[in-house]
Structures are given as structure tokens and as C-alpha cells.
Design a binder for this molecule. Structure first.
Ligand code: SAM
Length: 241
């Protein structure tokens, strides 16, 4: 899958995605990562891409023209997909939406900074706004990395054991069951006997029971749902487009 990222902090994105499973996926080309430095599209000697907000107020706003030039560049290379602006005002990213997005061949993620980007760029070019939760962080880079990491895990060939993603929390509308590893006895605590039994059917049954129990206990809101809103039924396109 081709993933394009437009950002003011390319190294932050590159480095965050250089580790573990995702880092290996990038190296092996399963994640075809292309990072565009927004400053390369500035047209002034200071490479500045922000300006004061009309109407006054705190902070700066990312200006329209460099964003347009960066988006034109991504599109001119092919494999741009649609444009997703990471924004606290967007649709909240969840496993369901992640699974849907992981079917795409390409997408472009735009990371905002400062007080955000000029609304006219959103109106004219952004297809979807994506939020990682109802709180505000300082820039879209960490949000883009969260989205890329979660999507990356779903891509074929990324995980050594394809089954492991299927049994993750949220994949079947419930949380994952508890896990144990060596030693068999830690202080007063042992490992549930069934996990040492070698009986795979019994282990599977136990895991399902525990997953249901854990979900009821920790996330009762998930019980009876299929794990978040349904990406195929809820429009994620930016309002007004
Ligand atoms: N003034 C904006 C508001 O209140 O809606 C917040 C701007 S925030 C400081 C700067 C950038 O961080 C945003 O443009 C966006 O790209 C990113 N950002 C902040 N919170 C986010 C979230 N919850 N999900 C995704 N991106 C977020």
C-alpha cells in the first residue's frame, strides 16, 4: 500500500515508523512510504508556510499555497489516493475504519500544525478528516503514525503470524484475552491449567470466554456491538463536500 505523508516534520514521521513490525514493513516495501516536507513547497527564502490568522487570535495557520503545491506534487507522482487531513475535528479512527482503509491501494495523510490549516484548503482538497480521539495534540505527525501503524498491521505479509492480528482487541468486537508466559509460577500466581493442557480446542474455548469476560469488565459499551461504528455505513467524507 502506498502511504504519502505531507508534514512539516518529516524526520518525526520517518523515525517513528522505523521500528519493529512497521519498520520492517517499510523496509520490505509492504508499506510504500513517501514523505513530503511541506517546507519544500514554500516560496520564500525562510521556507515559511504559516501566517497569522485573519481576525486575530493566538497562533499561526498553515497557508493555502504550499499545501496546494505539495498535494499537486503527490498527485503528479501517481498513487495519491484520497487526501486525509489529520484533525481533532475528524471522524474518530477506530479498528473498523482502520480495516476498511487498509483495503485501499493508496492514501495521503496531511499533518497539520499550529492552529491548523487554512479552511479553504480543507474545503477545496481534503476528502476526509480523521481524528485519533477527542483531545488535541500539537501536530498531525503522531496521529498519522498511529493511523499508519494500525493500518500497516492489517496489510498482508506484515505480521509473522497472520492470525495474530485477527485475535487482537476490537477485531471481533471484543477485547483480547489475557496472555501468560514463563515462568509457570510467579510468586503466588500460577498460569490457568487449561493453557498448559495442550488441548487446543479447550484453550480456544477458554480464550473466547475470557475475551468476553474481559470485555464485559473493561469495556461494557462494546458488548453486543461488532466493535465500533460501521465504516461502510457512516460517511467519513468532510462535511460540505
Ligand atoms: N486549533 C485546532 C482545533 O482546535 O481544532 C487544533 C490544532 S492542533 C494544535 C494542530 C494539528 O494537530 C492539527 O491541525 C491536526 O493536524 C493535529 N491534531 C491535533 N489533535 C488531533 C487529533 N485528535 N487527531 C488528529 N490530528 C490532530
Amino acid at each position: 500500500m502506498r502511504l504519502n505523508v505531507i508534514t512539516l516534520f518529516p524526520d518525526m514521521v520517518r523515525q517513528a515508523l522505523a521500528y519493529g513490525v512497521i519498520g520492517r514493513g517499510v523496509k520490505r516495501g509492504l508499506i510504500d512510504l513517501h514523505i513530503y516536507d511541506l517546507r519544500d513547497f514554500a516560496d520564500n527564502k525562510h521556507s515559511s508556510v504559516d501566517d497569522k490568522p485573519f481576525g486575530g487570535g493566538a497562533g499561526m495557520v498553515v497557508t493555502y499555497d504550499p499545501l496546494c503545491r505539495a498535494w499537486d506534487q503527490v498527485q503528479s507522482e501517481g498513487g495519491a489516493g484520497q487526501l486525509y487531513y489529520l484533525s481533532p475535528q475528524g471522524r474518530v479512527f477506530n479498528q473498523r475504519l482502520c480495516n476498511t482503509l487498509s483495503q485501499l491501494e493508496a492514501m495521503t495523510l496531511l499533518c497539520g500544525r499550529y492552529e491548523g490549516v487554512d479552511q479553504r484548503f480543507i474545503d477545496d482538497h481534503v476528502d476526509y478528516e480523521l481524528s485519533i480521539g477527542d483531545y488535541v495534540i500539537s501536530g498531525g505527525e503522531l496521529a498519522a503514525c498511529v493511523v499508519i501503524d494500525a493500518i500497516g498491521r492489517q496489510l498482508k505479509g506484515m505480521l509473522g503470524d497472520e492470525e495474530s492480528a485477527k485475535t487482537d482487541s476490537f477485531m471481533s468486537g471484543r477485547l483480547a484475552p489475557p496472555q501468560y508466559t514463563r515462568s509457570e509460577i510467579l510468586g503466588q500466581s500460577g498460569v490457568p491449567d487449561v493453557l498448559l493442557s495442550g488441548n487446543h480446542q479447550a484453550i480456544e474455548r477458554w480464550r473466547v470466554e475470557k475475551a468476553i469476560e474481559t470485555t464485559k469488565h473493561k469495556r461494557p459499551d462494546l458488548v453486543g456491538t461488532s466493535g465500533g461504528d460501521d465504516a461502510t455505513h457512516v460517511p467519513i467524507r468532510t462535511e460540505g463536500k
